[in-house]
Design a protein around this ligand. Structure first.
Ligand code: GAL
Length: 374
């Protein structure tokens, strides 16, 4: 799998020493001058990160931003982490600025493959290596992709709803999926169907409708689900929701119809809201994707690229992901996702991903005590 952080950090440290020495040489042997002080602070220079939006999931600003800043600084970068707020033009403008600044590496979690591919091409033409973060840009030119095994994420969601509906022959399922412009959403759905298609085909489960939601827009997800539920006579037995944001919108509609808690709903991202819903019994499961590991892998990879150490980069990205649109295999770091149900919510808190205080609100104090969550 990945080389350990220590060896890659040595590369960065070595680079730092080289750069500082070089910097001192370049400054006429300036002893402890400003450049040396500056270079001592961020020996690997600037790195740009553009995140896609905030509305789809609490993860981007709540977890990815702080964890990427921390991991990139630890590798010796001066990080500039921005969010495009779901606006393609803003994504492009942010990229223009970072490329003009001459960032050493550009990390992008794109709104869609089109803008992500255009930005990667522009950066690469400027001699700046790019990393597709969390979402692969189909038809893009980034040499590296860091994410989770997203088909496995979907399989965990499929296994969750199948487990929750076990024994309910012909149980009716509605699927509320992610953005069709997000390759991850395609992979999540592929994984779900690896588990659910045999059950649909055998009649064990019955698919009412499967509906992608543009931009993962949670509000649109809720209204769309309500329309499907109404068209189905106001009944459903289980809902596959592709992330916690959509799960929350679905559960709000179920609650309006007195169905929350009786209808299992899946999710993803292990957000505080999602974990609270699981402890209340309204949401059946979520998928925990340790974003700290994703951020650290990205930072290690960026450090290798910034120092031109392609061997280290390739040793880190020892998986491959097919890009069917670009007809290529992309060197990848694919991390393991984890199923979270009521029984193991404690794990997410014990790993420091969310604080118990953010999950164990007053109405959940007893449940948290029973589950040993403190
Ligand atoms: C996906 C991401 C998921 C999910 C979604 C909405 O690309 O991998 O974690 O939250 O976006 O932001």
């Amino acid at each position: 799998m990945r080389t350990n952080r220590f060896s890659t950090s040595l590369v960065a440290l070595g680079a730092a020493v080289t750069l500082t020495a070089c910097g001192a040489n370049a400054g006429g042997g300036a002893e402890g001058g400003d450049e040396q002080g500056d270079q001592g602070e961020a020996p690997l220079g600037k790195v740009g990160v553009i995140l896609p939006e905030t509305a789809s999931s609490a993860r981007w600003e709540g977890f990815d931003k702080p964890l990427l800043e921390e991991a990139l600084r630890a590798e010796g970068f001066d990080p500039d982490v921005q969010n495009a707020q779901g606006e393609v033009q803003k994504f492009t403008t942010l990229a223009d600025g970072m490329i003009a600044q001459g960032v050493e590496v550009l990390v992008i979690a794109s709104i869609n493959s089109e803008v992500g591919s255009a930005v990667a091409a522009q950066a690469n033409n400027a001699g700046i290596p790019t990393i597709d973060y969390d979402r692969l840009n189909l038809g893009g030119s980034s040499d590296y992709y860091v994410s989770f095994d997203n088909v496995r994420v979907g399989e965990l969601q499929g296994e969750g709803i199948a487990e929750a509906l076990e024994g309910q022959q012909g149980a009716e399922v509605i699927e509320i999926e992610g953005a069709p412009t997000d390759n991850n959403a395609t992979l999540f759905h592929e994984g779900q169907r690896n588990i659910l298609d045999p059950l649909y085909e055998s009649g064990a489960l019955k698919l009412v409708q499967s509906q992608p939601i543009d931009n993962w827009d949670n509000q649109r997800g809720g209204t769309t689900f309500e329309q499907i539920l109404t068209a189905n006579g106001g009944t459903v037995d289980g809902v596959v929701a592709a992330n916690d944001g959509l799960a929350g919108a679905v559960i709000t509609v179920l609650r309006k119809n007195g169905l929350n808690g009786a209808v299992p709903v899946t999710g993803q991202d292990a957000t505080p809201d999602g974990l609270r819903r699981i402890l209340r019994g309204d949401q059946y499961m979520t998928v925990f994707k340790p974003i700290k590991a994703e951020a650290e892998a990205t930072a290690e990879l960026a450090a290798a690229l910034a120092t031109g150490d392609t061997d280290a980069a390739d040793a880190l990205a020892d998986d491959v992901t097919e890009d069917p649109r670009g007809g290529r295999d992309v060197k990848s770091v694919l991390l393991e996702p984890h199923l979270i149900t009521k029984d193991n919510v404690k794990r997410v808190i014990d790993e420091g991903y969310v604080d118990a205080a953010d999950v164990c609100t007053e109405d959940l104090a007893d449940v948290c005590a029973e589950l040993g969550i403190t």
